[in-house]
Design a protein around this ligand. Structure first.
Ligand SMILES: [Zn+2]
Length: 95
């Protein structure tokens, strides 16, 4: 799949990346809407240090498209709307 990848400060490129596979308790969300905030800009320009490469962005909404368990067991339905909670912290990344 395609994603914007920050390879270093101010080095943002469109790249091909592996499609994420959800582990137990995780879901994959197809992003339909996103925001860019001051934190994103500071990450982009290197003011906030992050491990590279990084797919930036933490304010988003979309729909759940994959889960490791059947959706019924998670009490969800296909195309269930989802959004991020930026103040809740970031889950471990598998990149
Ligand atoms: Zn933010």
């Amino acid at each position: 799949m395609k994603a914007m990848v920050l390879r270093a400060p101010s080095d943002l490129v469109l790249d091909e990346v592996a499609r994420p596979q959800p582990a137990a308790g995780q879901v994959v969300v197809r992003i339909t809407h996103s925001g860019v905030c001051g934190t994103d800009y500071k990450i982009f320009n290197g003011s906030i240090r992050v491990p590279y490469p990084l797919i930036p962005g933490h304010e988003m909404a979309g729909e759940i498209v994959a889960t490791p368990e059947p959706l019924e067991s998670l009490d969800m339905e296909p195309a269930n709307p989802a959004s991020s909670e930026p103040t809740a912290g970031s889950p471990p990344r598998n990149r």
